[in-house]
Design a protein around this ligand. Structure first.
Ligand SMILES: Cc1cc2nc3c(=O)[nH]c(=O)nc-3n(C[C@H](O)[C@H](O)[C@H](O)COP(=O)(O)OP(=O)(O)OC[C@H]3O[C@@H](n4cnc5c(N)ncnc54)[C@H](O)[C@@H]3O)c2cc1C
Length: 432
């Protein structure tokens, strides 16, 4: 992996921090990155749906969750349901990390196909990871029902070959998924044209999938949490942490002290102390949203989520207000200045990618945006404890399935805090 200068700065910092932090007397400083730019649609659509206070005094809490994005919000929801006292703090306004930029497709299909993942971690573990993601989608839908949050829709997912030569890959993948008990169909060129109206050599159709709005989902979770005794503070950045065997003492940028028995680190890509372990590769990804399609029906069958075998892959979804989101065209760097310069060109390219597939659909881009995202070698998240930071848990849902991973992380971490063994934890552990 090649690091850019910003990452190198983080690495150098992390090295220094680890030197200071031997013997669990840790004092790690966090930095805030430039995660998004452009006009993420959810922010334009919903603006600031709720206000949360800044932390203005010292605080004691059983569990402190650092990060009020979808990961922190799902963890808070699980802890509140379990009757565990907890507090969320975020350095930004709630939701304005990666969550506000998320295109919010909920897929069980990871960035690494099941057939390839099986070769990396073994078939049994790979199948378990796929099955966990599969059921996570149903769980997210069930939670949204409890919250009466309606911006989540079940959708099929169509994974299509970008080129003729990828047909073999898809056939292999279809076999692997069928053997794992996942309900899929293999479509040929004629089926795809007839059913979906575009040309591709082959595709796998999955009935399991959904689309949502992660930004508003986050607010809905936190608002429900507030009713159950959760405290939420935004614009409250944690600048240092000190670990002991009985708990963690944290300092905020405003100079207040938080004492917590346990900490959940749901800080997304800003988890700098691990960067030099090479667990994450930071990238920039681009998305656009079209004008409203002014038609009561989706422009292709069932508004199915579409994505392909290209690298980086192209993906397409429909929103509940009948707009088309097109995403992809990733760059292998984080550098915000370089990334932002490309936004106009990337928007044009994404629009071109779309019209190549659907020349007869008049898709006019209205807004476009950019987000940082990170991927891991096996496309699996890092979840759970880390031996150098006692009483601390990590919810790091890196990769294209970040939201589904946030749910899995919330379940695992909630069990760990309750002292209950979770048999899925080892799949995502730092020791894997
Ligand atoms: C353009 C784009 C498209 C995507 N599309 C999809 C998709 O279709 N499906 C999918 O599943 N995933 C997708 N993802 C990934 C998904 O959005 C992320 O995995 C998810 O939003 C991460 O949520 P999070 O809560 O972990 O991180 P964040 O939303 O970044 O939240 C972390 C929070 O921690 C706070 N924080 C950090 N450090 C500190 C500190 N020191 N003190 C206090 N607070 C701190 C930050 O301010 C931030 O708000 C996409 C990502 C991008 C960028």
């Amino acid at each position: 992996m090649v690091f850019n200068p910003v990452q190198k700065q983080f690495n150098d910092f992390s090295k220094k921090a680890r030197k200071i932090n031997r013997n669990f007397n840790l004092n790690i400083v966090y930095s805030i990155m430039d995660l998004t730019s452009g006009y993420p649609y959810w922010l334009i659509k919903s603006g600031l749906p709720a206000n949360y206070p800044k932390l203005e005094s010292n605080l004691k809490t059983d569990v402190l969750i650092i990060g009020g994005g979808i990961s922190g919000a799902l963890s808070a929801w699980h802890l509140c349901e379990a009757g565990i006292e907890c507090t969320v703090v975020d350095g930004r306004t709630i939701g304005l990390g990666s969550t506000s930029a998320s295109t919010s497709l909920l897929q069980y299909e990871l960035d690494t196909s099941l057939s390839v993942l099986s070769r990396i971690i073994g078939n049994k573990k790979a199948t378990r990871a796929y099955n966990l993601c599969y059921s996570a989608i149903d769980k997210l839908i069930a939670i949204s029902k409890k919250l009466q949050f309606t911006e989540i829709e079940k959708r099929h997912s169509l994974y299509f070959a970008a080129q003729e030569k990828d047909t073999k890959l898809l056939e292999l993948e279809y076999k692997a998924r069928s053997n794992a008990g996942l309900k899929v169909d293999l479509l040929n060129k004629r089926d795809i044209k007839k059913e979906y109206g575009f040309s591709a050599p082959a595709a796998i159709l999955s009935s399991q999938g959904a689309t949502t709005n992660a930004y508003m989902f986050t607010h809905a979770l936190l608002q429900q949490g507030l009713k159950k005794g959760l405290s939420v503070f935004d614009r409250t950045k944690i600048t240092s942490k000190k670990y002991s065997n009985t708990g963690i003492t944290l300092h905020t940028e405003q100079g207040h002290i938080i004492r917590a028995k346990k900490v959940i680190n749901a800080t997304g890509y800003e988890v700098t102390e691990f960067l030099n372990k090479n667990i994450i590769e930071l990238k920039s990804t681009y998305a656009l949203i079209s004008e409203n399609m002014q038609s009561p029906t989706p422009p292709w069958k069932d508004g199915t989520m579409l994505w392909n075998t290209a690298d980086p892959y192209l993906y397409i979804r429909i929103t509940s207000d009948n707009r088309i989101i097109v995403g992809g065209r990733d760059e292998d760097f984080y550098d915000p200045a370089a990334r932002d310069k490309l936004i106009k060109r990337k928007t044009k390219l994404l629009a071109k990618d779309f019209s190549k597939l659907f020349p007869s659909i008049n898709m006019i881009p209205e807004y476009s945006w950019i987000g940082t995202f990170g991927s891991t070698k096996d496309s699996l998240p890092y979840i759970g404890g880390y031996n150098k930071t006692p009483n601390t848990y990590y919810s790091l849902g890196f990769g294209g399935n970040g939201i589904v991973f946030s749910l899995i992380a919330a379940e695992i971490i909630c069990d760990m805090i309750k002292g209950k063994k979770n048999e899925n934890a080892e799949l995502f552990s730092f020791d894997r």
